[in-house]
Design a binder for this molecule. Sequence first.
Ligand code: 0A1
Ligand code: ZN
Length: 877
Amino acid sequence: MTKETTPVRLSDYRAPDYAIDTVSLDFSLAPTATQVTAQLAMRPNTPGAPLVLDGDEVKLIAISINEEYIPSSAYEATPQQLTIKAPPREPFTLEIVTEINPKANTKLMGLYLSNGNYCTQCEAEGFRRITYFLDRPDVLAVYTTRIEASKAAAPVLLSNGNRIDGGDIPGTTRHFAVWHDPFPKPSYLFAAVAGDLGLVEDSFTTMSGREVALHIYCEHGKEARCAYAMDALKRSMRWDETAFGREYDLDIFMIVAVSDFNMGAMENKGLNVFNDKYVLADPDIATDADYAGIETVIAHEYFHNWTGDRITCRDWFQLCLKEGLTVFRDQEFSSDERSRGVKRIADVRTLLARQFPEDAGPLAHPVRPEVYSEINNFYTATVYDKGAEVIRMLKAILGEDGFRAGMDLYFERHDGQAVTIEDFLASFADATGKDLSQFKLWYSQAGTPEVTAEGRYDARRQTYSLSLKQSIPPTPGQQTKSPMHIPVRFGLVGPNGADLAFTSATGGGVEDDVIHLTEAAQTIVFEGVSAPPVPSLLRGFSAPVKIATGLSQTDQLFLLRTDADAFNRWRASQQIAIQTLIAETAAVRSGAQSKLDPAFVDALAEVAEDDSLEPAFRAQILQLPGEADIAREIGHDVDPAAIAGARKRLMAMVASRIGKRLAELAERTGNVGDYSPDAASAGRRALANAALALTVGQAAPEAIGRVVARFESADNMTDRLAALSILASNGFEERIAALETFQDRYRDDPLGLDKWLMLEAVVPLETTLDRVKALTTHPAFSLTNPNRIRALIGGFAGSNQTQFNRPDGAGYDFFADFVLDLDKRNPQTAARLLVSFRSWKALEAGRRALAEKALRRIAASDSLSSDTRDIVTRTLA
Ligand code: 0A1
Ligand code: ZN
């Protein structure tokens, strides 16, 4: 039966009745019966209160207090909880012995086996699957961990902190190691790893001159693929010193790459565990995007050492305290290492694709939620990506220096503590003297604010008045909302493309190049404006809002050609394309002739060919909105087939009008020379591949032939995959042989096969559903590995708009069956997959009914995990 979960509420927070000062763990590892002895130094905060410890599928072997066994009448133990009815009123030592079965652990939470190696995952509530504990982030303790295992099976024994002891166990085939972590931490940051692993070593000298050993562990034979991750780690460590003044604090920093992992990676103190796709790279296996992803995730986990580990969350409602802030930090790092403008475009693309639909659908929740049934389901785009946007706005409002002063105060005040968003904001308010009470609404109000702008130029008075309005749509549990503090970065673009000066701005809220929109409606009058401007608003996407500027296509084309802000040039191109595609979708649906206007297509070619612009930026301009982007902008009564039809018409027009020019551009920029993952060469490849993708819209044999040739001659994964993806995503016949060649090439390489599975799943043809079904029994696929599942099933449900949303509902039915089956093994991954239904209410009536039926069928199962139960219930609500 489904486990009943009572919702947890932020307003019910209570400090723990007991503190745990030190934890000493002793693991005796064996695949099906691992013994864990935990000695906890307990200190009552509420003397006499019963001690209620969390557990999850653990078997109690023994329990003693102050070295004496306690009678069974003194406690109550279930696999989920251990209650000691009347513990000592003075500090005491509690010793608990549990037995767990790593081999049977398919949830990949707690201690499990990945490819024969032991590893742990404890965030959010996995530690309780190892031993009974106060498994909550506000219980901070100093850990000492002893691990004992077979020397042959597990020559490598790791845990948090510094290694203080180790050796053989005389007379046995076993050995041990002892690790000590001097920094108090919550249980979710605990980690242990044991196995037969390859090692890559390096070192780093910190800003105060301390030498830190850097170790990356991976499967034997893959050591050479860790070089880029190591380089990214060293750059991250240096950057945190220069950008935030943060120095690393232990003698060693370790990363372990494992192949079975539910998420991207985990910031355990001194011992990060990674999904191997975010560590392993070489030119034959990783694309430029993979290299960039590795750099980002390595940086993200490393940066958590200060924002997450040294200062952690009081409770899980505060998740964005560490996640939003750390995403912001990793984005800033990548912006400094690569091109800031292009990085911003890429990050906003992700935000629009992942967070905006979440905020617009039944799963919408505030950046700091106030209630949850299953915390695993709150590692969301809203908490992470919108959480990062909130930090970026804070910086825009306080300025560079104010922001740094606030961060410094935060680190100084709260080092070693578990804190809240209130504590965080107080550091900034105190450091700058600013009142952040309105700003704080960003943490509690869900939904994407909608801003409208209307401008009027008075030539006689030389004034330009700009009226801005904001409103926030209702979201589950929040019907009405208050105006927020929205920083709108702007420029008034004059006829020659340069920003116009103004002598004053009245009506309030303008500081330098930012309008502080704080009221529901605000009108600003700019004086001394010498010519009629085109307003360029929300430069750099200064706030996560939707903005309707009311600009004509002519004005938008003007911004695309001239805006000083690269982001808004890109934004103008997307706006025009989206408006075009929305109109064309309506035309397809009503059987009308094409309404496409060639002016936009010509402008695209012009920007693409402009060698004075960065190639990576031009590549972004050439990436036309995808089917999901169009669906999101349409927002209701969505017909995925009509959208695909409209996009096809635009692609055909692009190919016929500028295809030749783009083919030449691809030819001219495509040969970058020997592969290097640096941003500049990646940008040139991106431009060539984006141009190539726009040449095939008429399915001309010559154009397709060029793509096949590119596939065959590619000497790196980026170009090979880009070409293959053009063949697959257009459903061309030529994909079949190419996919076969690709699969054969990566026969023994799971990360390569993931790319193949994904491309098989996105082919926009009716035959794809059967193909995907068949591939679930292919030897390359595995129901136990989350990466395989995300590639094939996630690829199908998340990236194949027409086939997942088949008008007969067969896509939904297959997907629902899969989720129900997976839920029995790995609830977390099942629940995350199920989020693919988050926009079902925006579908046209026929598909909506079929999607609802599939969702109701899932909900009707009486054996759902709490993870999947929570998602399906909220999705249907
Ligand atoms: N804190 C990690 C994300 C993470 C969360 C839960 C996990 O459980 C399977 C794993 C990782 C991060 O932000 O990188
Ligand atoms: Zn994180």
